[in-house]
Design a protein. Structure first.
Length: 70
């Protein structure tokens, strides 16, 4: 059974901005589905996308959010 994440969870895991996650779904670079009023992302498609980006070493698109701890 495939595991689904909310777009908020996908942004938290990937450190991408929420708007960028949504853009990736619209561009069909992530597998997404509408569940009620919110969108969900396939965890596997997110992991595959992140692995491919890391492998390619591409830094195009929006940068991950910086976390201010303190």
């Amino acid at each position: 059974m495939e595991e689904w994440l909310t777009t908020y969870e996908a942004a938290e895991i990937s450190q991408y901005e929420l708007d960028y996650i949504r853009k990736l779904i619209r561009a069909r670079k992530l597998v997404g589905r509408k569940w009620g009023q919110s969108w969900q992302v396939s965890r596997q498609s997110l992991m595959d996308f992140m692995a491919e980006r890391e492998k390619q070493g591409e830094k195009r698109g929006r940068k991950p959010k910086e976390r201010n701890e303190g």
